[in-house]
Structure formats: structure tokens, C-alpha cells
Design a protein around this ligand. Structure first.
Ligand code: NAP
Length: 289
């Protein structure tokens, strides 16, 4: 059986890696903060001290890291894994990054004979835990087929969307709509409450109209219970909207709504909401209360 390297054991990566382990894959793991690997280590994963060491021990590497800058550092920086990876090995990047960046990583990999898949995910903490993620994939069919048992262990569905960059492109659009839907709903709630409508009534009525995005029903308990422990950190939706904005610039597309939404999350982050769940933008917009 192929040895799987996993780098990035945060909210998402730690859960994805556990599902791989449950499916019987032997893992070689690295994370900046070692304590987050404890569960995996207790269940037999092999710890190594650098990303480079992962490459020296694995046939396939999955990365689930925060930002393009960190992906680049872990792949190509000091002790980065890419240059130590064996010829024809496979790098599956599940981190949310922008399409032009993902193509840059593919090109760096290709130059030294490494195959690359662009494989961001839709779904948050719970779907990651339950192996119910949706993989949005760009890359060649034979690598995708080779990695299918991995995707099937971590997710419920895999969509092959085209060449490298296509997965990241779709992911940009999904999170753009997620951020915009969240802000639109939060703003309506704050206004409804200001007009004297009960919070409960607002949820019950608005969520039963077709004008509210279906995702809002799933995050209702977060807002209702003021439970802002991060499933999806606010700083990462702001990062994703920033990456979408880069795409808009690169494609000469005006995206005023996207950029306004991005700046609302940026303001919330500046006010100290970055590590809370992205739904805390409701709390930020509702500061009067
Ligand atoms: P997270 O919990 O913040 O994890 C981020 C990971 O990146 C951790 O492993 C972290 O290491 C690592 N990292 C950060 N800065 C680093 C540095 N300077 N050097 C080395 N490693 C560093 O985030 P997450 O929610 O799992 O998200 C991971 C990726 O998935 C992001 O691209 C995010 O946009 C995307 N995503 C998230 C969700 C979600 O709902 N949470 C859903 C879909 C996609 P440490 O553990 O040491 O901090």
C-alpha cells in the first residue's frame, strides 16, 4: 500500500487525516504544532520533524495548509518537501488557494518530475470529521484515479472539473457566494431586530423563503446560540475573498459586491474576530447589542 504524507493538521487536516487512518492508510505526518498530531500518533502515524522528511518517506503528499504563502513555504522554502520528493510522486493540494497560484505550484512540481492535483474541498469541520467532503479537482485523470481511494476515504463526492486550476476556480466561486450570503443574511437580521422583529421569528420566516441561501439553515445554531467557536475561521473566509478578488483582477472582471463583502470581513478581523467562526460577522454587525 502507498505511504501517504499529510502536512497541515488544523481544523480540517486533522480530521481528514484521521479518516485516512481509519481507512487503513499508513500516514507520515508533519504539522508546525506537534500537539495537534497526538491522536494520529496514538493510532500509529509516523511523525517527522520537517516537510522534507515527509517527502523522503511518502509516495503521495496531501497538504491542507492555511494560505498560498504557507503552502509555498512548506513546499519550496527551507526544509520544504518538493525537492526531496521522489520522481513521479504525487502532491495533492487540498488547501484553498487561488487558481494562478495553484498553476504556479503545478509548474514548480512538474519541473522536477512531480505530479500535482488541485483538490480543494467544500464542506467544513463536521463534514471533514464524517468523511463527507466534496472534492473539487483539477488535474489529469490517471492521477485522480490513483488518488480515488484517498478522496473516497475523506469525502462523499469527487468532481473532476478540468485541468489544474479548475478546482481552485470553483472553490473561489463557492466561498465568494458563501461570504456574500452570510453578510447579506447577517445584515438583514440586524436590521430586522432593529425594527423590533423577534430573532426567532426572523429565522423562522426568512429561512422559509427562497431568498435566503440554504447554507444559512446549517449555520443557524451558531448565531442562535452565539457559539462562535471556529468551524471555519473568519480570517480564512476573508483570505478566500481576497484570493477571489485577485482572480477578478487577473481576469479583468469588476466584482464590487465581492470586494465590499471582503472588506466587511476585513473590518471584523481587524476588530479581533479573525479566530472566531465566520458567522461571527453577525455579532460584528450587531455591535449595538
Ligand atoms: P487551520 O485550523 O487554521 O489550519 C491551518 C494549517 O496551516 C495548520 O496545520 C497550521 O499549522 C498550518 N500553518 C499555518 N501557518 C503556518 C506556518 N507559518 N508554517 C507552517 N504551517 C502553518 O485552518 P483550516 O480551517 O484547517 O483550513 C485549512 C485550509 O482549508 C485553508 O486553506 C482553509 O481556507 C481551507 N478550508 C477550510 C474549511 C473550514 O471550514 N475550516 C473548509 C474548506 C476549506 P498549526 O497547526 O501549527 O497552526
Amino acid at each position: 500500500m502507498k505511504k501517504i504524507g499529510f502536512i497541515g493538521l488544523g481544523i480540517m487536516g486533522s480530521r481528514m487525516a484521521i479518516n485516512l487512518q481509519k481507512a487503513g492508510f499508513s500516514l507520515i505526518i508533519y504539522n508546525r504544532t506537534k500537539e495537534k498530531a497526538n491522536n494520529l500518533l496514538n493510532n500509529g502515524a509516523m511523525w517527522v520533524d520537517t516537510p522534507k522528511d515527509v517527502a523522503q518517506n511518502a509516495d503521495i503528499i496531501i497538504t491542507m495548509l492555511s494560505t498560498p504563502e504557507i503552502v509555498k513555504e512548506v513546499a519550496l522554502g527551507y526544509q520544504g518537501f518538493l525537492s526531496s520528493f521522489r520522481d513521479n510522486s504525487l502532491w495533492i493540494n487540498c488547501s484553498t488557494v487561488n487558481p494562478s497560484f495553484t498553476r504556479e505550484m503545478e509548474s514548480s512540481a512538474k519541473k522536477i518530475g512531480i505530479r500535482y492535483l488541485d483538490a480543494p474541498v467544500a464542506g467544513t469541520k463536521r463534514p471533514a470529521e464524517n468523511g463527507e467532503l466534496l472534492f473539487l479537482i483539477g488535474g489529469d485523470t490517471s492521477s485522480i484515479n490513483e488518488a480515488a481511494p484517498l478522496f473516497n476515504s475523506m469525502g462523499k463526492k469527487t468532481l473532476h472539473l478540468g485541468k489544474v486550476g479548475a478546482g481552485a476556480s470553483m472553490k473561489m466561486l463557492i466561498n465568494q457566494l458563501l461570504g456574500q450570503s452570510m453578510v447579506a443574511f447577517a445584515e438583514a437580521m440586524v436590521m430586522g431586530e432593529a425594527m423590533g422583529l423577534e430573532k426567532d421569528t426572523l429565522f423562522n420566516v426568512l429561512l422559509n423563503t427562497p431568498v435566503v441561501a440554504p447554507v444559512i439553515s446549517t449555520i443557524r445554531p451558531k448565531i442562535e446560540n452565539a457559539d462562535y467557536e471556529a468551524n471555519f475561521p473568519l480570517k480564512w473566509i476573508q483570505k478566500d475573498l481576497h484570493l477571489s478578488s485577485i482572480c477578478a483582477y487577473e481576469h479583468n472582471v469588476a466584482a464590487p459586491n465581492l470586494n465590499t463583502t471582503k472588506e466587511i470581513f476585513a473590518q471584523a478581523k481587524q476588530q479581533g474576530y479573525g479566530d472566531l467562526d465566520f458567522t461571527a460577522v453577525y455579532k460584528y454587525l450587531n455591535l449595538k447589542k
